[in-house]
Design a protein around this ligand. Structure first.
Ligand SMILES: Cc1cc2nc3c(=O)[nH]c(=O)nc-3n(C[C@H](O)[C@H](O)[C@H](O)COP(=O)(O)OP(=O)(O)OC[C@H]3O[C@@H](n4cnc5c(N)ncnc54)[C@H](O)[C@@H]3O)c2cc1C
Length: 462
């Protein structure tokens, strides 16, 4: 938009004001600013303007007006994304979906609910709980992350071990395509083989194929008997062996994350963690959640009894105690932020058998590039997921990014586990996708967005 003549930009702004009302087109820098920088502080640039439609009809009209003007669009939900794809790269129209936040009545017979793209995960969870259900996805950014953003990134989180990622919760979708046309399939039929699954295609497309306006979502039973456990272990190989045992013998297993002792030490040193809940410190830890209609403690106790790998374990079944056991894991994000400069956050996954080696190789790569840099690694063990956080390199210094992504690819893993590819990793996609796959992706993109206006530069590099 900034590259187009001023009168064209002014004409587009006027057209958008006519659609959403003058209060919802933000063009002064102070009002645009909160939408222009991402949560890590690493990504963002000025937008041409921010537009905040109230409903699907307004979204469709906004997208059509931008298509007519040839103006690129960046969709944004809660702006909790970690790969730079929800903030402008410079001069785009920022399309905020947050006002589409209505949540429909829970369909109790079918265990489903419809939610607007702008509804936050926390309000969705509350609506599900009020009707006696739960929602199958949870993550720490729940207060701000939106349904549209969760679908667009195919978000996962700790519960994906049991319920799958966001795509697995999707029973239907309403979306606006790049030309402003609307597609909707919201009947909620769990079995629907009539043609291509467009909802599944849009899930994980990071705003590059369409704008999500509403989703029909599966709910799961609310399980009130909950137990958490924190295990001290010698290494990640022991953690994986223990997890394999739990998967086979503990049907109530819901989440299984790992963390490492250097991360615990940093959390304590930076006062993100008041105390560590175990008596002994060890190189690796596994923290799990079990949830069932009956008390999961006996099946958990039977599964871990006599297991040599377990050096120490703490178990809690009350809310406060459970929170204390998860606190070291949750403090990892805050510790990274407390270390100072914007971190390089790399969310990758590797096959289980390669995980322990990968974590060591990342440590060695960081030490080789600059021993003053700090690295924290933790993640969802069941998914082979590792959140690699490196603090120290300048925002534009991508040497560690390249090293970590190449290590993940070489281990047979993926460069993007749950946060998406975004702009941060777009140019590395060829590390894990064949030329044929990339050509198919580009063909889909061209078919659905021939002008290339939807979130340009995200997922597929220019
Ligand atoms: C503390 C913290 C913890 C986190 N933990 C996890 C975790 O455990 N698991 C996980 O998966 N993620 C996690 N995240 C990342 C983030 O919360 C998710 O990626 C989330 O899905 C983003 O939702 P959002 O509404 O904030 O989207 P945004 O950040 O606004 O956007 C993310 C992407 O989705 C696109 N988008 C947003 N809304 C729409 C829409 N309506 N239509 C089309 N495209 C759209 C954007 O263009 C962008 O590409 C975490 C983030 C933080 C800050």
């Amino acid at each position: 938009v900034t590259a187009s003549p001023p009168h064209a930009a002014a004409a587009l702004a006027a057209a958008l004001r006519a659609i959403v009302g003058p209060d919802h087109v933000l063009d002064v820098p102070e009002r645009r600013a909160p939408y222009e920088r991402d949560t890590t502080g690493r990504f963002g640039a000025p937008a041409a303007l921010v537009v905040r439609p109230a409903d699907t009809a307004q979204v469709a009209a906004v997208v059509a007006a931008c298509a007519a003007a040839g103006a690129p669009l960046v969709p944004q939900g809660g702006n909790t994304g970690l790969v730079g794809a929800g903030v402008p790269r410079g001069g785009e129209v920022l399309l905020s979906l947050r006002r589409l936040d209505a949540i429909g009545a829970v369909d109790r017979e079918r265990a489903q609910v419809e939610a607007g793209a702008g509804a936050t995960l926390a309000t969705l969870q509350a609506a599900a709980h009020a009707a006696g259900f739960a929602f199958g996805v949870d993550l720490a950014a729940r207060a701000s992350a939106t349904v549209g953003g969760l679908v667009a990134t195919d978000a996962a989180g700790a519960w994906a071990l049991r319920h799958g990622t966001m795509r697995a919760q999707l029973l239907g979708l309403e979306a606006v395509l790049a030309d402003g046309s609307r597609i909707a399939r919201l009947s909620g039929l769990p079995q629907d083989g009539a043609g291509y699954d467009l909802a599944a295609l849009l899930a994980g497309s990071e705003g590059t194929l369409g704008i999500v306006t509403r989703a029909r979502l599966r709910l799961v039973p609310a399980l009130h008997e909950r137990v958490s456990a924190l295990f001290a272990l010698d290494d990640l190989t022991a953690a994986l062996r223990l997890l394999g045992r739990l998967r086979a013998r503990v049907p109530s297993l819901e989440a299984a994350d790992f963390l490492l002792d250097d991360g615990v030490a940093l959390a304590l040193a930076h006062e993100r963690l008041a105390r560590f809940p175990l008596r002994r410190r060890s190189p690796a830890y596994l923290v799990i959640d079990c949830a069932a209609a009956h008390d999961p403690t006996p099946e958990l106790a039977a599964a871990v009894e006599g297991v040599a790998e377990v050096l120490e374990v703490a178990v809690a079944d009350d809310t406060e105690g459970r929170r204390a056991l998860w606190r070291p894991r949750e403090a990892q994000h805050e510790t990274v932020a407390a270390l100072g400069p914007p971190p390089h956050k790399l969310d990758v996954a590797v096959p289980a058998q390669a995980l322990a080696r990968f974590v060591e190789d990342v440590r060695a790569a960081v030490a080789r590039l600059d021993p003053r840099w700090t690295v924290l690694q933790f993640g969802h063990l069941g998914a082979g997921n590792v959140h690699v956080n490196v603090v120290g390199p300048d925002p534009d210094d991508e040497r560690i990014d390249v090293a970590v992504l190449e290590l993940a690819a070489a281990a047979g893993g993926t460069i993007a586990a749950e946060h998406g590819v975004g702009v941060a990793k777009a140019r590395f996609l060829a590390l894990v996708r064949s030329p044929q796959e990339l050509a198919a992706m580009r063909a889909v993109k061209r078919a659905l967005d021939p002008q290339g206006l939807l979130n340009p530069g995200a997922v597929l590099a220019a």
